[in-house]
Design a protein around this ligand. Structure first.
Ligand SMILES: [Fe+2]
Ligand SMILES: [Fe+2]
Length: 244
């Protein structure tokens, strides 16, 4: 064992669990982005967006690799669990291609990748273990571009020939997508959700309670103004997503 390895603070089980689930999430993102880009190619969207989509699918694979390296360094010996069925996204028929594209664009990019930027900023803040810091540096750098891809694609779709129908469709679905993302980051408000120990923080974790705070801030800072910019008032959907 060399000196550098010895200096790593010993990771708790929660660190391993967290990084293994990040490997799975990154891999899922790679598959979903690859699928989305295929649909965008079939729909004949702008070549600039197609190249960017393929690049993002590759970024996500890199994120999965980097996250796996952290998991291993933390002493993890398991493999990611990725049920094949969960990686298959049903091919939309030709008439509903644009709807399928806009659904993934909004749900995964305008919502998911947009909240990912401040989330990863927070995770990186106290992260000092080099292998984890390296992963979070790269992920955070890429997420800024992934967020931009979502909003550029959405503006492009809304300005296109199906724009009005797609804007109405997003207006109807948005509350459900907001609800899903709020739930997935809602902490169990137990006392132990409010803090995380220093070692886990060094490995790139943060207190579960902070996730919900970041999501709430993202509404004010990003979602509300960015949806308004593409001509969609998201306030009703956001309010509705708080209930139920
Ligand atoms: Fe990623
Ligand atoms: Fe991403």
């Amino acid at each position: 064992m060399n000196g550098r390895v010895k200096q790593l603070p010993e990771a708790h089980e929660v660190v391993r669990a967290q990084w293994l689930s990040r490997v799975e999430a990154e891999y899922r993102s790679a598959v979903l982005t690859q699928t989305l880009t295929l649909w965008m190619m079939q729909a004949g969207l702008s070549p600039d967006l197609l190249h960017e989509g393929l690049r993002i699918a590759d970024d996500e694979l890199v994120h999965a690799d980097l996250s796996m390296a952290v998991y291993r360094a933390a002493g993890g010996a398991d493999v990611p669990k990725l049920a094949r069925e969960s990686l298959v996204h049903a091919t939309p028929d030709a008439a509903s291609l644009e709807r399928a594209i806009v659904a993934v664009t909004v749900d995964s990019f305008c919502l998911g990748e947009t909240v990912a930027v401040p989330l990863f900023k927070n995770l990186r803040e106290g992260c000092t273990v080099p292998v984890a810091r390296r992963a979070l540096d790269r992920i955070l750098r890429d997420e800024v571009r992934h967020r931009a891809f979502g909003w550029t694609t959405l503006a492009y779709l809304f300005e296109g020939p199906h724009g009005d129908a797609l804007r109405a469709f997003v207006g109807r679905e948005l509350a459900g997508w907001f609800r899903r993302i709020r739930r997935s980051y809602a902490p169990a408000f137990a006392e132990d959700a409010r803090e995380v120990d220093a070692v886990s923080c060094a490995w790139g974790l943060m207190a579960p309670a902070r996730y919900a705070a970041v999501v709430a801030r993202t509404w004010e800072r990003d979602w509300r103004p960015r949806f308004a910019k593409v001509g969609l008032d998201a306030s009703g959907a956001w309010a509705e997503s708080a209930s139920g």
